[in-house]
Structure formats: structure tokens, C-alpha cells
Design a protein around this ligand. Sequence first.
Ligand code: MN
Length: 218
Amino acid sequence: MSSHAQTHTDEENSGGESRFSLHPLPWEQAALDPVISARTIGYHHGKHHRGYVEKLNKLVANTPMQELSLEQLIRHSAEDPQLLAVYHNAAQVWNHDFYWHSLSPQGGGNPPQRLAQLAEQSFGSVEKLRKELATAATGLFGTGWAWLVQDGEELKTIATDDADNPIVLGLRPLLTIDVWEHAYYLDYQNERGRHVDAVLDRLIDWNFAEQNLSADFS
Ligand code: MN
């Protein structure tokens, strides 16, 4: 292919047809204030999340990967070291969509009954689940995500590095907390633990986690 043809193709790709979209937030940008400021959400959704969507669209343009769902693309690219950039961006798009829904202005408090029962079976108590999730989020070295996941009948908390997603580990994600610095640095600077505690106290959406107990992420 000549360099001219390549340039022409890239221009076409930057036009109207993009395979994946930046989904709108499920609440107003200032809805999580003061736990997470409108400014943080603005950068996080409008710059970081948007950046992953745009990069992913460039990477899959004019390839068979355009035919895959986001979940299929995550699985497909996770198995191929040549597709590491696709995997990173696809997983980050998925993780952020999932993260926004893991937070709610009416969040915090106690999980609904079914989730609370499972938490008692798996962790001993809801309070222990909360503590394990906080430990996963604060204990992760560097960038990544803390997750509540379902493994068979059991609930577990895990932390994943960078973009990694529980789907490729054969686990069902129930909710997530973004612990990349861009998620909290404007509001909390280096105090990740204080941010995580505030999220768990006031924003975490246990109802979303309960709905995901029967979700199919294939
Ligand atoms: Mn993020």
C-alpha cells in the first residue's frame, strides 16, 4: 500500500463511522460531588475514557475486529501479544463503562438482601467484604482496578493491574473501583485510601452489583 493510500484511509477512519462510542455518564457530571468532584469526572470521562474509545476505534478500523462486541474483542485480544494495545484500550473502555455504573449519588449503605447473604457466606459479613474491597483498592501497587467478582457461587475481591479485566480470568465482575491516579488525584492527591473509603461509604452501588449476579458478559 502506498503511503498516500494509507493517509487517505486514516482520514476516512477519523470521519463519522466509529465502531465503539463514548457512552454518556449515568448521572450528571456534578452528581458525585463532593466525594468525586465534577472537575475530576469531567477529565476522567471527557479526556481519559474518551481517549481510550478514540484509540480503540483507530486500532480496529478496517479490520475484522470491527465485527466483534467489546467483550469478544477483549477476549480475542487478550490471547494475542500482538494485540496488546487493542486489549489495553478495549478493556479500559469496558472497565470505565462498568465503573460509572458502579457509582451512584444514592450509593453506599448496605447491599440488598441477596448480595448481603452471599457476602456473609463468602466473607463472614458485609463489613468484611467492605474491608477486603478497600484493601484490594489501597494495596494495589501502581495503576489498576479493585473488583468485587463472582467465582462460581463464591464472591471474591481482586485487584487487577493497569487495564486488566476479570472477564479474561473467567470471573464475573460485579462492581469495580478505578484506582488509577486520574480517578482521584485532583480531589485527594496522594490519599488513595481516603478516596476509597469515601467511595465505599457514599457512592458504591450495591444494587448494580446485585443485578450483575445474573449478568452474562460473554
Ligand atoms: Mn480511569
